[in-house]
Design a protein around this ligand. Structure first.
Ligand SMILES: [Zn+2]
Length: 422
């Protein structure tokens, strides 16, 4: 006789327990909206095919999205026999009813872009600033000024802005909206998201600037078709953004992927974070400047702006100055250690090196990449593709706008709407 399980003892099951609505199972309306936005425009029949759902379901959901003003129909042509196009109807994001602004705060200037709901850039603006950390009031004032100016430049009413995405360098808990430390902020543990929301009367999302440039690659650049890739940013600090399954990975407390503060030397060089031996303390521009002072034989007490000193160091290296060359070479070797660690940990398809300092090609010399290969596990396979992208601050701000669009989409169509309805 077959033995029956004891009555009342519930099975615990096995396998991952995934929430009914989560990042891996987003509502169908959100999937449809995001697919249309990514394609630019798409026919209903194609949506049904790609999402493996019935044409009737697509019709019902897209009608709802059209009624709420998120999508609109657009006339297109379908290629027929003999090369003659037959008129057809596709869907696209209705661009002009909703707008978002992205802002990047940095050491030298603050930049902003205004984009419509389809992600098209309408205007960009930058305001210079004096270097160094600012108080929260200065940051709020700068953000308000930029918001006002970019709206005026784009001819968009301030009231039409639904959300603001903002990026700062440093340690940012994106989910909690707190900046724990940033070189542009004089205070620690600042609730920047809430402060900006109160000042501007807008929905605000914040993140660290490395995640923003990663979002820019994911939404507008080389990462659009890739499910897994890394972006390493090198400028005043060393940052990293990582995409897993087409989504930014932030860690369980929103603070993951701090490549710059992984230790490469016990009791090593002093880092801006207060600890010693961080990768950033060997590769970032302040690390180069620290050594440049000796290489360029600058008298004690003489100060020059970081940019000027780096340019001078680079010129000396190009002209054959052995000390200057050795500074770049050493930084390049440490960078190789960092890159090989990324490969050994994550095995990404592509690593994008991004930032203003791309012109210091000594850092990305063949020797650096050869050294990275030597430090990678030898599996007999090729390593990931490495690309260098010299993007300006405006593109980083574009990433901030993508953050606002992403989060706003979640709020309008995603799991957060389900939560709010509960
Ligand atoms: Zn550090």
């Amino acid at each position: 006789m077959k033995k029956i399980s004891q009555i009342g003892k519930a099975s615990l099951g096995c396998g991952p327990l995934i929430q009914p609505l989560s990042e891996t199972a987003r509502p169908l309306r959100q999937q449809i909206f995001e697919r249309v936005r990514a394609a630019g425009q798409m026919a209903r029949v194609q949506l049904a095919k790609e999402l493996c759902i019935s044409p009737a379901s697509v019709t019902t959901i897209t009608s709802e999205l059209i009624d709420t003003g998120l999508l609109e129909e657009v006339q297109t042509t379908r290629e027929g026999e003999g090369g003659r196009g037959r008129p057809a109807v596709a869907l696209r994001v209705r661009p002009n009813t909703r707008h978002v602004v992205g802002i990047k705060l940095s050491d030298r200037e603050h930049t902003a872009v205004l984009v419509d709901f389809a992600g098209n850039m309408i205007a960009g603006e930058a305001i210079p600033r004096s270097p160094g950390a600012m108080g929260i009031d200065g940051i709020l004032e700068a953000a308000e000024r930029l918001l006002h100016r970019v709206c005026a430049k784009g001819g968009v009413d301030r009231e039409a802005i639904l959300a603001l995405g903002l990026g700062v360098p440093g340690f940012v808990d994106s989910e909690a909206g707190v900046v724990h430390w940033s070189p542009v902020l004089s205070d620690r543990h600042v609730g920047l998201q809430a402060a900006l929301r109160d000042r501007l009367g807008l929905t605000v999302f914040i993140d660290n600037d490395a995640n923003l440039v990663t979002l820019a690659e994911l939404w507008f650049g080389a990462g659009r078709k890739l499910s897994d890739f890394a972006v390493v940013t090198i400028e005043h600090g060393l940052g990293m953004g990582f995409v897993i399954n087409h989504r930014i990975y932030r860690g369980s407390r929103g603070m993951g992927m701090e490549l710059g503060h992984t230790k490469v030397q016990l009791d090593g060089a002093l880092c801006r974070c207060g600890q010693r031996g961080c990768l950033e303390a060997y590769v970032a521009d302040y690390a180069l400047v620290r050594e440049a002072r000796t290489a360029l034989n600058l008298p004690l007490g003489e100060t020059q702006p970081v940019g000027v000193m780096l340019e001078s160091l680079f010129d000396h290296a190009k002209a054959g100055n052995a000390a200057a060359r050795s500074i770049f070479r050493r930084a390049g070797r440490y960078l190789a250690v960092g890159l090989s660690n990324i490969v050994n940990l994550f095995d990404p398809a592509l690593i994008i090196l991004s930032g203003e300092r791309m012109r210091y090609d000594y850092l990305y010399a063949t020797e650096t990449l050869a050294e990275m290969h030597e430090l990678m596990l030898d599996t007999g396979r090729d390593g990931p593709r490495i690309e260098t992208h010299a993007w300006g601050d405006l593109l980083w701000a574009h990433g901030a706008a993508a953050l606002a669009l992403h989060e706003l989409t979640e709020q309008l169509l995603g799991t957060s709407r389900e939560m709010a309805a509960q």
